[in-house]
Design a protein around this ligand. Structure first.
Ligand code: G4P
Length: 529
C-alpha cells in the first residue's frame, strides 16, 4: 500500500533563531495549540541558560532534558507536526546545522529590536546551502523595535534571501494594535495575554471597510493603507513555488510570549510548507514515496548515566515504511540490524512504535553501531549525501595524561567524535589527535566525559589553526605534491579524507595561489560510500 496519505499529512521542521529571539517561547506556544502540553512553562527547561555557560554540570542536566525534547510531535488540523529542536547555545551550533539536514523547512525568528544577529546569519547560510524553505517570524512586536521596512531590508541584505510580508503590523511597542493579515485578509487584534490560545480576528476584505477606522482609529488606518500600498509596490506577490525552492521567505509579525500571531503563523505554515521531501543519495534522488524504507542518522545522544554507555541515535525516515523488528542494511558497516524498541517522541512522552513514515524522526537505542551520517536501507544499498562537517573554529591537541589508559582514551575520543561532539583530525607521524570544535564548551564536555565515562585523563593544548580545509582536485599529482610539501599541516578526518590545517588566512591564500588546481573547502560533504 502506498504511504502517500501518511507522507502528505506530515510537516517536519525546525525553529531557529539567535539565542533570546524567542525560540523556546514560540515552540511552547505551538505545542499548546497542538494540545501537546497543557501549561505554559513546560518547555522552558529545554535550553541552556545564559548564566550557565561555564557550569558544565548544569549543561549536562539540561542536555538530559533535551533528549526528551529533541523531537516534539503533535497533531493539528489533521496534520502531524514534527518540530526538531535545535540547541540555543552557540557552542552547539554544529548540532543545529546537522539537525537542519533532517528537516524539510524552517521557521526563523527575528527579534524586532535586534534584527539580524550573528547566529541568524550562520543558520540562514546553512539553509541556503540546501535551499530549505524559510518562513520568518518577527517577534516581540509588543516591545519597542525597529521600523518594519528597515527590518525587511536588513533581512534581504544580510540573509541574502528575498522576503514577502504576509502580515503587517499596526504600530509597534506601546502603540501596537495587531496585524493585518494580507494572506487571509483579516485583522488580528492584539491583547497582551500570555495564556489565551487564539487571537480576536475580524474579517476585512477591503481596506476601505469603515470597520477598520472604527476599530483601530483614523490615523492608524491611513498609515496602514499607505504602508500596504508600499508593500505591494516593493515586494512581488507571494509565490509559493519560489518559497518551496528557498528563494523567497514569507514574513509574519507577532509576539510569541503573548501568543499573538502564532495561530496564523501555524496555519499559514500548514497551508504552504512542504510535506516530507526526498534526499540525494549515492544512487540518485530518493523520493519519500519509494516503496523501500530508507533513512539516515543525523544526531546521536549519549546516555547521561556513565554506567550505561548506550546511546540514542536519531533517524530521519526518508522513504518507505520503517517497521520494528525488521532487518535493515547498515550501509557503512555492511551488516543487517533490527531494532526492537524504536522510540517516537510525542511532545514529552517517549513511546515504542511499530512503524514510522517519511518525515518522522525516531530514536534507536545504540551500543556503538552508529556514526552521524550513517544510512539505513531496505533492499538496495546506498548512502545519503549531505551531512557536512564544517571547519571548526577552535583547535586543540589532545594529550594523554595517563599512559595506562591509552586504550580508553582512544576509544573515548573515537566514540565522542562519532556522536558529533567535536571533530577529530589525526596527524602523522605519531598519531597526534587534533580536536576541533565551534565553541570552547565542547572541550569541557569532552574532558569531563572522557574521565567519567571512559576513565581516561586528558589535557587539551591549544593549536593556532585558522581553518580546516577539505580538498578536491582534478590534478592528483599537484595534490600529492602539496600533501608532501605541507606534511606538518596535513591531517586526516574520520573518513580518511585529507585535511589542510591552515595556520592563518595568509597561509591559506598562499596555498591557493601556489597550488591553483586544488580547491580548498570549508565544509566536507558527507562521503558517499
Ligand atoms: P530563545 O529560546 O530563542 O533563547 O528565547 P526565549 O523563548 O527563551 O525568549 C527570550 C526572552 O524573550 C524571554 O525572556 C522571553 O520571555 C522573551 N520573549 C519571547 N517572546 C516575546 C515577545 O513576544 N515579547 C516580549 N516582550 N518578550 C518575549 P527572559 O526574560 O529571558 O526569560 P523569562 O524570564 O521570560 O523566562
Amino acid at each position: 500500500m502506498s504511504n502517500t496519505v501518511e507522507i502528505e499529512k506530515r510537516r517536519t521542521f525546525a525553529i531557529i533563531s539567535h539565542p533570546d529571539a524567542g525560540k523556546t517561547t514560540l515552540t511552547e506556544k505551538l505545542l499548546l495549540f497542538g494540545g501537546a502540553i497543557q501549561t505554559a512553562g513546560a518547555v522552558k527547561n529545554n535550553k541552556i541558560k545564559k548564566t550557565a555557560t561555564s557550569d558544565f554540570m548544569e549543561i549536562e542536566k539540561q542536555r538530559g532534558i533535551s533528549v526528551a525534547t529533541s523531537v516534539m510531535a503533535f497533531e493539528y488540523l489533521g496534520k502531524q507536526i514534527n518540530i526538531l529542536d535545535t540547541p540555543g547555545h552557540k557552542d552547539f551550533a554544529e548540532d543545529t546545522y546537522r539537525t537542519l539536514t533532517a528537516v524539510d523547512s524552517v521557521i526563523l525568528i527575528i527579534d524586532c529590536a535586534s534584527g539580524v544577529e550573528a547566529q541568524t546569519e550562520r543558520l540562514m547560510e546553512v539553509c541556503r546551502m540546501r535551499n530549505t524553505p524559510v518562513i520568518i517570524f518577527i517577534n516581540k512586536m509588543d516591545r519597542e523595535g525597529r521600523d518594519s521596512f528597515d527590518l525587511l531590508d536588513e533581512l534581504e541584505d544580510m540573509l541574502k534571501i528575498k522576503v514577502r510580508p504576509l502580515s503587517w503590523p499596526i504600530g509597534i511597542g506601546h502603540t501596537f494594535q495587531g496585524v493585518y493579515n494580507m494572506y487571509n485578509k483579516e485583522l488580528n487584534l492584539f491583547a497582551a495575554n500570555k495564556t489565551k490560545i487564539s487571537d480576536e480576528v475580524v474579517k476585512i476584505d477591503n481596506l476601505d471597510d469603515p470597520q477598520l477606522n472604527d476599530i483601530i482609529g483614523d490615523d492608524p488606518t491611513a498609515e496602514l493603507k499607505e504602508e500596504l500600498e508600499l508593500v505591494d509596490g516593493v515586494y512581488d506577490a507571494f509565490d509559493k513555488e519560489a518559497y518551496l525552492k528557498g528563494e523567497v521567505a514569507p514574513v509574519f509579525f507577532g509576539s510569541a510570549i503573548n501568543n499573538f500571531g502564532v495561530k496564523e503563523l501555524l496555519e499559514s505554515f500548514l497551508d504552504f510548507s512542504p510535506s516530507p521531501i526526498g534526499r540525494e543519495t549515492s544512487e540518485g534522488f530518493i523520493e519519500p514515496e519509494a516503496k523501500d524504507f530508507s533513512g539516515f542518522i543525523f544526531k546521536i545522544h549519549a546516555n547521561l548515566d556513565p554506567k550505561h554507555r548506550d546511546r540514542i541515535a536519531f533517524l530521519r525516515i526518508v522513504s518507505g515504511k520503517f517497521e520494528r523488528n525488521t532487518f535493515y542494511n547498515h550501509v557503512r558497516l555492511e551488516k543487517k540490524l533490527k531494532f526492537s524498541n524504536p522510540t517516537s517522541f510525542m511532545a514529552q512522552d517517549k513511546s515504542i512504535i511499530d512503524e514510522a513514515f517519511p518525515g518522522d524522526v525516531i530514536g534507536l537505542y545504540d551500543t556503538g553501531n552508529f556514526k552521524i551520517g550513517d544510512s539505513l536501507t531496505e533492499g538496495t544499498v546506498f548512502s545519503f549525501k549531505g551531512i557536512p562537517s564544517f571547519s571548526p573554529e577552535i583547535f586543540m591537541e589532545l594529550e594523554n595524561r595517563d599512559p595506562m589508559k591509552s586504550k580508553q582514551l582512544e576509544k573515548g575520543i573515537q566514540q565522542l567524535t562519532d556522536e558529533g561532539v567535536a571533530q577529530l583530525f589525526i596527524q602523522q607521524p605519531g598519531n597526534r589527535k587534533i580536536v576541533g570544535t565551534v565553541g570552547q564548551l565542547q572541550f569541557e564536555v569532552i574532558k569531563y566525559r572522557l574521565e567519567h565515562e571512559y576513565g581516561a585523563k586528558a589535557e587539551f593544548v591549544p593549536k593556532r589553526f585558522h581553518k580546516a580545509c577539505w580538498m578536491t582536485t582534478d590534478n592528483q599529482a599537484q595534490l600529492d605534491k602539496f600533501i608532501k610539501a605541507k606534511a606538518i599541516y596535513i591531517a586526516k578526518d574520520k573518513d580518511d579524507n585529507y585535511v589542510f590545517l591552515a595556520e592563518t588566512p595568509f597561509l591559506l591564500q598562499m596555498a591557493q595561489t601556489d597550488y591553483p588546481d586544488i580547491t580548498f573547502h570549508f565544509t566536507s560533504d558527507f562521503k558517499v560510500v
